[in-house]
Design a protein around this ligand. Structure first.
Ligand SMILES: Cc1ncc(COP(=O)(O)O)c(C=O)c1O
Length: 393
């Protein structure tokens, strides 16, 4: 069969494996383990798995394998490993690689739990971490050491939608032999060109756009076969962070519509951002596809899109922001993103509450900041909802 498939074909068919019944939909192999025909066969599988063999769902499962093959083909990596959540993926990608004495350089604009892993967990085991301003290439250059084993960053930061130049940081990292690990959640797998730009390991919370319907937690790490099977898999299978077969089935179904959903959501996000820009009740509107975004050119070169997120600052601080959120009718107050349902989040009091005030200030997480994940509703209805709620604020 030709594998010269375009994205949408890959998203529907790649990785499918059918049982002897020839089922149309991907089957859920809801089983913890597998029966061996003989004791010798069991012994042989524990020595080495051949082809389509499995031994225990913590190590791998046919449904999960379908999902891993599909996302690896989409991302353009040799392999992938699916995990129980996005945080299991971030932790696994870093902890499986690093040893005491190793050094990591990371952008400081990170999701709170990613920051916790770098600041609180890895340092406990003797890993040194230097935080830099992700957009400042001089800081990346200055932070590199001979012991730098990895760099880590969100390609588009949460919640202020700042981009890191993947190619430039990859060149700096590779010059000292460091691995480039990218949390690509906000960029989405559809607008990702991370591998072409030099990223070695790409991490997703599949809870976001890949499921896209708010049903299940999941994560995935994409990379070379050497990294996924020799570095990451031993860590994940022994520490228990694998994706469940049922979740893998949900993610497989999410993949089929991923391209259509991400493109529709990104189109609406730009319409929403353009409609909000210039509104006198807002002090700033952030979306990478607005020409006013300081990294507009980078966004177009790196993603060819502004993605599905918009952020804006309501004049009047927390009180006005809360009045605005409470007046929304279509858009829901929650903290996920990439969902079919549009979601408004107040980062300062929820996702980034843990950060001390000086860090919030440095990251631009102001009391009036709203993070909006634009869903699949009609863009005109969303704009009307936002304007109505701004009137109330
Ligand atoms: C950038 C980023 N990375 C990782 C995660 C963690 O994903 P999960 O909630 O699936 O563990 C999130 C969740 O919001 C995120 O925004």
């Amino acid at each position: 069969m030709s594998k010269d498939w375009k994205t949408r074909t890959t998203l529907v068919h790649e990785g499918s494996r059918r049982s002897q019944y020839g089922e149309m939909a991907e089957a859920i192999f809801l089983t913890q383990g597998f029966v061996y025909p003989t004791a010798e066969a069991a012994e042989a599988r524990f020595v080495k798995l051949e082809g389509d063999e499995f031994i225990y769902a913590r190590y791998g499962n046919p449904t999960t394998r379908m999902f891993e093959e599909r996302i690896a083909a989409l991302e353009g990596t040799e392999d992938a490993f699916a995990t129980a959540s996005g945080m299991a993926a971030v932790n696994g990608a870093l902890a499986s690689l690093l040893r005491a004495g190793d050094h990591v350089v990371s952008s400081k604009a990170l999701f709170g739990s990613c920051l916790y892993i770098l600041e609180e967990i890895l340092t406990r085991y003797g890993v040194e971490v230097t935080f830099v301003d992700g957009a400042d290439l001089d800081q990346w250059r200055a932070a590199m050491r001979p012991t730098t084993k990895a760099v880590f960053f969100e390609s588009m930061s949460n919640p202020t939608l700042e981009l890191v130049d993947i190619r430039a940081v990859a060149d700096i990292a590779h010059a000292v032999g460091a691995l480039v690990i990218v949390d690509n959640v906000f960029s989405t797998p559809i607008f990702s060109r991370a591998v072409d730009l030099g990223a070695d390991v790409i991490v997703y919370s599949t809870t976001k756009h890949i499921d896209g319907q708010g049903r299940a937690l999941g994560g995935v790490v994409c990379g070379t076969q050497e990294y996924i099977r020799k570095v990451l898999e031993p860590y994940m299978k022994h520490t228990g962070g694998s994706m469940s077969p049922f979740t893998s089935w949900i993610m497989l179904n999410g993949m089929a519509t991923l391209d259509l959903r991400c493109r529709a959501m990104a189109d609406s996000a730009l319409q929403v951002a353009a409609a909000l820009e210039g509104d006198a009740r807002l002090s700033r509107v952030i979306h990478p596809a607005l020409t006013s975004h300081p990294q507009y050119d980078l966004a177009m070169a790196q993603m060819g899109s502004g993605g599905t997120m918009v952020a804006f600052d309501i004049k009047g601080g927390k009180e006005a922001a809360f009045r605005f959120m409470n007046a929304l009718e279509i858009i829901k107050i929650s903290n996920n993103l990439g969902d079919a349902k549009s979601i408004a989040t107040h980062p300062a009091t929820t996702t980034h509450q843990r950060l001390p005030q000086d860090q919030k200030d440095a990251l631009g997480i102001t009391p009036g900041l709203i993070r909006l994940s634009v869903g699949l509703e009609d863009a005109g209805d969303l704009i009307a909802d936002l304007k109505r709620a701004l009137d109330a604020a």
